[in-house]
Design a protein around this ligand. Structure first.
Ligand SMILES: NC(=O)c1ccc[n+]([C@@H]2O[C@H](COP(=O)([O-])OP(=O)(O)OC[C@H]3O[C@@H](n4cnc5c(N)ncnc54)[C@H](O)[C@@H]3O)[C@@H](O)[C@H]2O)c1
Length: 347
């Protein structure tokens, strides 16, 4: 402990790929300590714990019974987030839930309600909100630098092999994962919603182009925002060899383009026609290790959760924010299924 303030003990449920990021992030957050982990796969938790000097518990009940765990990171497959999160909330633990909040709105609502009823804080991971380019973009939007927003694009053109989908039984299933948009594209869907405000209508096409999976590996949508602006969403895991995630926001006075969390171009007002290249990536260190940046963004979101607990406020990315992103993804799937536009409440 570096000050008189409280130390927070973390437990991680599910010790797969993203759990390593959580452990690395927790290690960098002041007054945060990884106390224990658990996993249903034999030996997985023990190996993870041994490498990080924490305890391995045989099951969720034992992890939740630990008084030295007051925050639980839910890192299990997406379709189990609410199930695990509700149990942790009922045990009085604050929650860091990986994205998506879950794969159905009913499950999301159960989790949000359980956290509310238990009086625990809930944050749903959207680490790219903490990337330097997004922090700067939100500041510019808050200052009105782009004028009235008119157009936005969120694009995730990534590539995943068939071996990726075959690497775990839950991947590429409707019940536990969802497709490219639910798993990969949702990051920039959340950023789009965060920057542009509520979505009121979605018209979409989905396809399974290059993988043997039941879900879509390619999703395209046209969206209307409550503000009157319009936009597009594109997400694919069939775009070889994979490209940076992009967010483009255009207002009457300018445009900002973000790639992988860095502003790569911005042009405003009189400068807009001159096409001034506003690459400010240097602010984060252009040569920085992308993995290090990722840890920093997860760490910033976890630090915000702890600050929210201590200050008695909602986390920056709360359960409703996670639900809002999921609602857009579900609307894309519904529109692609029916071939008709889908209206959202736009709240
Ligand atoms: N924020 C990001 O950038 C990011 C990146 C990758 C994954 N994720 C999210 O993290 C979640 C996990 O993805 P992953 O790639 O780490 O998956 P993974 O398959 O590598 O790991 C999941 C782990 O959970 C364990 N598990 C399954 N059911 C469990 C249960 N009931 N209790 C305890 N453990 C259980 C599995 O045995 C496995 O070890 C997904 O929701 C995914 O969307 C987020």
């Amino acid at each position: 402990m570096t000050s008189g303030a409280e130390e927070h003990g973390f437990g991680i449920v599910g010790t797969g790929v993203i759990a390593a990021m959580h452990a690395a992030a927790i290690a960098t957050v002041p007054r945060a300590r990884l106390a224990a982990v658990t996993d249903v796969a034999g030996g997985a938790a023990a190996a993870f714990a041994a490498a990080r000097g924490c305890a391995a518990e045989p099951g969720l009940d034992q992890l939740l019974a630990r008084p030295d765990v007051d925050v639980v990171c839910v890192c299990v497959p997406s379709g189990l987030h609410a199930e695990v999160g509700v149990r942790a909330a009922r045990a009085g633990k604050h929650l860091v839930v990986e994205k998506p909040i879950d794969v159905t709105l009913a499950a999301a609502d159960r989790l949000i309600e359980a956290a509310r009823a238990a009086g625990v804080a809930l944050t749903v991971i959207s680490q790219h909100r903490f990337d330097p380019g997004l922090i700067e973009l939100k500041r510019l939007l808050g200052d009105g630098a782009l004028g009235r927003l008119v157009l936005a694009e969120a694009s995730t053109k990534w590539y995943r092999t068939q071996a990726y989908y075959d690497s775990a039984a839950w991947r590429g299933t409707w019940a536990m994962d969802g497709g490219s948009l639910m798993n990969q594209g949702i990051h920039y869907v959340d950023l789009l919603r965060w920057c542009m405000g509520p979505v009121t209508e979605v018209t979409a096409v989905c396809a399974t182009q290059a993988h043997q999976v039941e879900v879509e590996d390619t999703a395209l949508a046209i969206v209307r925002f409550g503000s009157g602006a319009v936009g597009t969403i594109l997400s694919s895991t069939a775009a070889y060899p994979g490209f940076p995630q992009r967010l483009e926001i255009t207002g009457t006075d300018g445009t900002v383009i973000v790639e992988d969390g860095r502003i790569v171009r911005r042009a405003f007002g009189a400068q807009a026609t001159a096409g001034v290249p506003g690459d400010d990536a240097g602010a984060v260190g252009a040569g920085a290790d992308p993995a290090a940046i990722e840890v920093a963004s997860h760490a910033a979101q976890i630090a915000d959760l702890l600050a929210a607990v201590e200050e008695g406020r909602a986390p920056a990315v709360d359960g409703q924010a996670g639900r809002d992103a999921l609602e857009i993804v579900r609307a894309v799937y519904e529109s692609a299924r029916t071939g008709a536009p889908v209206g959202l409440t736009g709240s």
